[in-house]
Design a protein around this ligand. Structure first.
Ligand code: SAM
Length: 252
């Protein structure tokens, strides 16, 4: 399989670009963050509608080819190694190989919403509901921080060079978590534990990860057997959170 440097699959279908701009519902009060601006095809359209655009691009050659505009700031660098500026919307055709870290970096920021292009498979995992085959750690974690919805699926032919798989445009709207957990860090570690061994029962997945979780030998004692016999993928996010809370009480 031919691999393209830094995920450089450029969006060339103007209709898709225009729909992304429409989804962004932009006006002069908006400060838009664009991650992975490439040669600026989307950037130019964003700058025509928004008050300000901050475009991040790692490749200096590409960055220097972006058309200048008085309301556009181009930042050359690796998005994972910089602090984000203030913005209220993030609109990007993301570099797919960093979809996870960049999404979690975004979800720690305060903003109105994101219109973000991902690989379709990744997008399906972001929005998945319990029991479905795509439901897992990514679904629970993303949905803890935000509402995520697939707006449309985009075929590979919309890009040059075309990626191997189809893509999807996702709307991400940050909001307070719909349920509470006693300790967010512990909950995130618990999700790693139970979904890294998704074919195992919760009992085995938890016991196999006792060190990661820092739980005592008798930590499962108070949890009903009918729950421990299930697999993580059949529990709703709220049920997983409740289970994590019980274990947290029994952690060192
Ligand atoms: N926005 C353009 C478009 O829609 O055609 C380009 C999108 S392309 C999928 C992703 C872009 O992200 C590439 O231009 C690549 O150089 C850049 N990129 C990859 N990794 C990056 C990183 N860690 N930080 C900043 N930019 C990155």
């Amino acid at each position: 399989m031919k691999r393209y440097k830094n995920d450089q699959h450029f969006l060339i279908d103007k209709r898709v670009m225009n729909r992304i701009i429409e989804y962004g519902n932009l006006d002069s009060s908006d400060v838009v963050l664009e991650i992975g601006a490439g040669y600026g095809n989307l950037t130019e359209l964003l700058a025509k509608r928004a008050g300000k655009v901050i475009a991040i691009e790692m490749d200096p050659q590409l960055a220097s080819s972006i058309k200048e505009s008085q309301n556009l700031e181009v930042v050359v660098g690796d998005v994972l190694k910089m602090d984000f500026p203030q913005f209220n919307k993030v609109i990007s055709n993301l570099p797919y190989s960093i979809s996870s870290p960049v999404t979690f970096k975004l979800l720690r920021c305060k903003f109105d919403f994101g219109i973000l292009m991902y690989q379709h498979e990744f997008a399906k995992r972001m929005v998945a509901a319990p029991v479905s085959k795509d439901y897992g750690r990514l679904s629970v974690t993303v949905q803890y921080y935000a509402d995520a919805r697939i707006l449309e699926v985009v075929p590979a032919a919309a890009f040059s060079a075309p990626p191997q798989v189809s893509s999807a445009i996702v709307k991400l709207v940050p909001r307070p978590a719909p349920y509470t957990v006693k300790d967010e860090d512990f909950f995130m570690r618990f999700l790693i534990a139970v979904f890294s061994q998704r074919r195992k029962t919760l009992r085995n997945a938890i016991l196999n990860n006792a060190t990661l979780l820092g739980i005592r030998d008798n930590a499962l004692g108070t949890i009903p057997d009918e729950i421990l016999r299930k697999r993580a993928e059949v529990l709703s996010p709220e049920e997983l959170a409740a289970l994590a809370d019980v274990l947290y009480e029994n952690a060192d």
